[in-house]
Design a protein around this ligand. Structure first.
Ligand code: NAP
Length: 460
């Protein structure tokens, strides 16, 4: 495996980074372990000072952070800037709220007194994806550092400069050596790290295949893990929806980050009476997108992250069509340098079609027509995934009822599924387990330690 920066706009390799050998890897784990013995003794306010500084540096150096995202994985520059700001917000959110989230919980036992203390576990290991190269790291790092843990991260091989920029951020913010460590390592070395007795927990964000491999290894070692995996989120439009609003958000939900979001809308479920009008407006908006250099503000359709991601998606579309789906538009590579794909719409995807249960990670929308709300819910739940989903209707009580019936970790009403530091993020079924962000995210890797005090005058 090699850690390489390849510009997805041109296909040119711009930088190559060496992988660690086993001796170097061991040194990093040792440093992190030494760091933990000191870090666990720091106060919340000492930890918070470093996080506040890191958040401030991200905001101050917004373009310095945003540019490598665009250069390495092709995100439109304005969206990359947005990602830097939301990452700073997450870091600051935990700096401000961790002490309250982890405050001791007082119990009232029948005898004596007792409380639950949230103690840190030790070194945590994160395996992270390229699609939000800082946001994903911030989501994992900020709560866990505030909880008194230290973190080591294997980032995706295609975003090495983002990985290094995030590591340097912590040093610049005054973090001790070993508090945050980037690891350029192979899958074998990932397993070695998980096996190491100094590693106390494992968090992966990525595909189902990667999740199975890493969760299995963590399970063998009886280590706690969280899995934030793929999705095939529904975008349900009912007959009483505000259609202009629904189409506006549908385009955003499908095309933000060129469709490479775990919670991108992937299955559009339309009640018959609105389907034709909705699809026509959606198609018109897709046709208006302008492919080009993601550094340029005029560009509205960026490239996919890598050539292999593009080829995989083209192959998935071809397979879906061979199995009977209708290609309404797109389906081809755009004839220009780089890894660009035409915005694509598929319909008539029958239950036996492989597309029915696959995640399309890019600018591919699948459309389904249903006769009513019940059929929409049944179709939404007929999926191996369970990450997010959204429902568009002007009847909020009806939307809440539908939301309760959908088997996913998140449902948004009249808005695409999205993220905020104070909202929990995560899924069920093949979309994984555990939650990141909000007060829930910081509870995943702490020891909920019971401390009970026997009254001194209690009978022996
Ligand atoms: P990926 O191929 O699974 O890679 C994710 C990370 O796992 C990368 O660092 C990758 O390293 C590593 N990895 C892959 N296979 C591995 C293995 N067998 N052993 C050890 N490490 C392994 O996923 P991706 O293409 O980067 O990201 C897209 C996927 O992530 C989509 O399915 C998306 O829905 C999901 N995602 C989920 C969430 C969520 O919160 N639920 C958020 C974002 C993305 P290399 O790069 O070196 O291969």
């Amino acid at each position: 495996m090699s850690y390489q920066s390849i510009n997805p706009n041109t296909g040119q390799v711009t930088n190559i980074f060496n992988q660690l050998n086993y001796i170097e890897l061991e040194k990093h784990v040792e440093t992190a372990s030494d760091c933990f013995t000191l870090w666990r003794k720091t106060s919340y306010s000492e930890r918070s000072a470093i996080l506040v500084k890191a958040a401030g540096l991200m905001r101050e150096r917004i373009d310095e952070f945003a540019r490598p995202v665009t250069m390495e994985m092709g995100k439109l520059l304005e969206q990359a800037r947005g990602e830097v700001l939301v990452s700073a917000d997450i870091i600051e959110y935990y700096a401000e709220n961790a002490a309250e989230f982890l405050a001791p919980h007082i119990l009232t036992p029948s005898l004596g007194s007792a409380y639950i203390e949230n103690s840190p576990l030790g070194i945590l290991f994160g395996v992270q994806p390229w699609n939000f190269p800082y946001y994903q790291l911030a989501r994992f790092t900020a709560p866990n550092l505030m909880a008194g843990n230290v973190v080591m991260v294997k980032h995706a091989a295609c975003v090495p400069q983002c990985a290094l920029a995030f590591e340097q951020l912590w040093l610049d913010a005054g973090a001790p050596e070993g508090l945050y460590t980037n690891l350029f390592i192979s899958y074998d070395q990932v397993n070695r790290v998980i096996d190491d007795r100094r590693i106390k927990g494992v968090a992966l964000t990525g595909s189902v295949e990667a999740g199975r491999s890493v969760a299995e290894r963590a399970g063998k070692n009886l280590k706690k893990s969280t899995m934030e995996l793929g999705g095939s989120d529904v975008f349900i439009v009912l007959e009483d929806a505000d259609l202009d609003r629904a189409v506006y958000w549908a385009i955003w939900a499908k095309m933000n980050n060129t469709g490479q979001c775990c919670v991108a809308a992937k299955r559009f479920i339309l009640v018959e009476s609105v389907a034709d009008g909705f699809i026509a407006s959606f198609q018109k908006a897709l046709r208006a997108l302008v492919p080009g250099d993601p550094m340029e503000s005029a560009t509205t359709l960026g490239p996919l992250s890598t050539e292999s991601a593009l080829l995989k998606l083209l192959e998935q579309v071809a397979r879906a069509v061979t199995a009977g789906a209708t290609l309404v538009m797109g389906g081809k590579r755009i004839d220009r340098p780089g890894f660009f794909m035409e915005p694509t719409i598929l319909t008539n995807i029958a239950r036996g079609n492989p597309a029915y249960n696959e995640e399309f990670f890019g600018p591919v929308a699948m459309f389904f027509r249903v006769k009513d709300e019940d059929e929409a819910i049944a179709l939404a739940n007929d999926s191996e995934f369970g990450l997010g989903g959204s429902v568009f209707t002007q009847d909020i009580e009806r939307a809440k009822r539908i939301a309760s019936s959908i088997d996913t970790g998140m449902v948004f009403i009249n808005h695409p599924t999205w993220t905020s530091p104070d909202l929990p993020f995560g899924g069920v079924k093949n979309s994984g387990y555990g939650r990141e962000l909000s007060s829930l995210g910081i509870q995943e890797f702490v020891n909920k330690k019971l401390i009970r005090v026997q009254a001194l005058d209690a009978p022996a």
